[in-house]
Ligand binder design. Structure first.
Ligand code: SAH
Length: 219
C-alpha cells in the first residue's frame, strides 16, 4: 500500500518527466531514473510544495538543488552504463547523486559542507540507494583512492576543469561541468579523455553556485 503523499509524489514526478521528455530529453534510462527519485525528500519542509516544478531551489548552507531539466541534460550527456564508476563533485541535497545511483552500481559523491553530506547520506539511506557513497571533502582534489572514474559530474561552477579531476578520469572517460567565471556566463562543458588528449565540447549556458576550495570550516 502506498500513502496519499506517495501517490501525489508519483503523479507529480510523472508530470515532470513528461515535461522533460517534451523538452527534448529522450534517454529513457535517464527519465526512468528521474522518475524513481522523489525530489520532495531532498528539500526542507517549507519548499516541498515546489519539489516537482522544473526550477532550481535553495537548500541548506546557502546552496541550491539544480533544476530537473539541467540534472537530466547533464546525466544524459554522460551516457552512464551500470558498470561505470561515477564521481560527483558537489553532493548538495543528494538529489543528483540519487539519480546517478539508479544508473550506475558505484557512485561516489563529495561535498565540502559536513551538514549537507550528512543530510544527503540520510536521504539516500531512506530511499535504500546503496550504490552511492557520500564523502565529506574537497572535490577539487577528486577522490584519488577510488580513481580512475569512467564518468565525472561537477555540479558547481569554476573557471576551468580542475586538473586533479582530469587526472582521475579513465581513458575513454567523460566529465561534465559548468565552466565560467564567478558571476559570469557559465557553459556546460563535456570533456572526453582520449589517451593523452582531452577533447572538450561546449553544450549550453547554465547557472550554478561556485566551486569553492577546501572543506567548509563551519556547518
Ligand atoms: N548536485 C546537487 C546540487 C549541488 S549545488 C544536488 O543535486 O542537490 C553545488 C554543491 O557543490 C554545493 O553543495 C557546494 O557546497 C558544493 N561544492 C562547492 N565547492 C565544492 C568543493 N570544492 N568540493 C565539494 N563540494 C563543493
Amino acid at each position: 500500500m502506498s500513502s496519499p503523499q506517495e501517490d501525489a509524489d508519483r503523479e507529480a514526478i510523472a508530470a515532470l518527466t513528461l515535461r522533460l521528455r517534451s523538452g527534448g530529453i529522450r534517454d529513457n534510462r535517464v527519465l526512468s531514473a528521474i522518475e524513481r527519485v522523489p525530489r520532495r525528500l531532498f528539500l526542507s519542509a517549507a519548499l516541498q510544495k515546489h519539489a516537482h516544478t522544473d526550477t532550481a531551489l535553495p537548500i541548506e548552507c546557502g546552496q541550491t538543488i539544480s533544476q530537473p531539466t539541467v540534472v537530466a541534460w547533464m546525466t544524459a550527456a554522460l551516457e552512464i552504463a551500470p558498470e561505470h564508476k561515477v564521481l560527483e563533485v558537489g553532493t548538495g541535497s543528494g538529489y543528483q547523486a540519487a539519480v546517478l545511483g539508479h544508473l550506475s552500481r558505484e557512485v561516489h559523491s563529495i561535498e565540502r559542507y559536513r551538514t549537507l553530506a550528512d543530510l544527503a547520506r540520510e536521504r539516500l539511506s531512506t530511499l535504500k540507494i546503496s550504490s552511492v557513497t557520500v564523502h565529506h571533502g574537497d572535490g577539487l582534489e577528486g577522490l584519488p583512492e577510488k580513481a580512475p572514474f569512467d564518468r565525472i559530474i561537477v555540479t558547481a561552477a569554476g573557471p576551468e576543469i580542475p586538473p586533479a579531476l582530469l587526472a582521475q578520469l579513465a581513458d575513454g572517460g567523460k566529465l561534465i561541468m559548468p565552466v565560467g567565471p564567478k558571476g559570469g556566463v557559465q557553459v556546460l562543458t563535456l570533456a572526453e579523455k582520449k589517451g593523452a588528449t582531452i577533447v572538450t565540447r561546449a553544450l549550453q549556458e547554465v547557472r550554478f553556485v561556485p566551486l569553492v576550495e577546501g572543506v567548509a570550516s563551519r556547518l
